[in-house]
Design a protein around this ligand. Structure first.
Ligand SMILES: Nc1ncnc2c1ncn2[C@@H]1O[C@H](C[S@+](CC[C@H]([NH3+])C(=O)[O-])CC(=O)[O-])[C@@H](O)[C@H]1O
Ligand SMILES: O=C(O)C(=O)Cc1ccccc1
Length: 245
């Protein structure tokens, strides 16, 4: 449960690379992995809490979809009043178990405000939501199912409610996109990842994390019926939008 377990999962050269999975090994190292792999992750999580503070009125619900170990859930809890609840959803049992253990261990957290669900975000009910957060999660949903999920999210928002969508995005073809990829790999090197680990994780993620361009995302948000959006975060090839109805 410690957040200091070092991620060395891709350092071992043994055997062919298997597709990336959110299993118990990943859950164990996840805080270190995400901090060293996603530039601006802490800022994304912290600012999501500030957005919650603005939009989550009394008696409303926030959804953290693909919550992993609940960093965003805890950020929302910290920034909102006692009558705001959070539904934290992930389909990886190891993540939900890790989240539950963390919540129970934190004396300052009111666990009665959190409902944890080990479920697929494509099949849960979304109702009475002032905030829905997809923090680096939509990228793992099959492309043909992304529109339907966004439509259901929009239908579940209350007036004044918003969606936070954060994604790794596909940069433009050519030099601009190449710069973003190169600098992201430099970021990983600077955080201590080996060439082997970077290459093996790239292969493991290939058919699993499918990034799309900024234009594809923005076109789909409009198609899903959202009224507007603003990009409020970008660090290299990671971006976040605030999306309203
Ligand atoms: N269909 C699905 N249903 C439910 N969960 C899913 C699904 N697909 C993927 N997941 C879950 O989405 C999470 C993505 S990680 C999110 C980080 C977190 N938001 C954070 O703020 O720390 C991002 C990353 O690792 O790049 C994993 O825990 C998956 O099990
Ligand atoms: O490492 C990467 O390239 C990423 O895109 C971030 C990430 C972080 C944690 C799990 C999977 C992907």
């Amino acid at each position: 449960m410690k957040d200091t377990v070092i991620d060395d999962l891709f350092d071992r050269a043994a055997g062919p690379v298997r597709p990336f999975e959110f299993d118990a090994d990943v859950a164990r190292v996840f805080p270190d992995m995400v901090r060293r792999s996603v530039p601006g992750y802490a800022e994304l999580v912290g600012l999501s809490g500030l957005i919650a503070r603005r939009v989550a009125g009394p008696g409303t619900r926030c959804y953290d979809l693909g919550c992993s170990l609940g960093a965003v859930t805890r950020s929302i809890l910290r920034q909102t009043g006692p009558d705001v609840s959070v539904v934290a959803v992930d389909n990886a049992p190891a993540m939900i178990e890790g989240l539950q253990a963390r919540l129970a261990a934190e004396a300052e957290t009111d666990v009665t405000r959190v409902e944890t669900l080990c479920a697929d975000i494509r099949s849960i009910a979304i109702e009475g939501a002032s905030l829905v957060v997809l923090n680096l999660t939509l990228q793992f949903v099959p492309i043909e199912e992304r529109l339907g999920l966004l439509q259901r999210i929009r239908a579940g928002l209350v007036p004044g409610g918003v969606l936070i969508l954060a994604e790794k995005f596909a940069g433009p073809k050519g030099r601009a996109g190449d710069w973003l990829t190169t600098l992201h790999e430099d970021f990983k090197r600077a955080n201590g990842y080996s060439e082997l680990a970077i290459a093996r994780k790239r292969t493991a993620l290939e058919q699993v994390l499918i990034p799309e361009s900024l234009e594809e995302h923005e076109r789909r948000l409009a198609e899903a019926g959202f009224a507007g959006s603003v990009r409020w975060f970008q660090s290299l090839n990671f971006v976040a939008w605030l999306v309203w109805i």
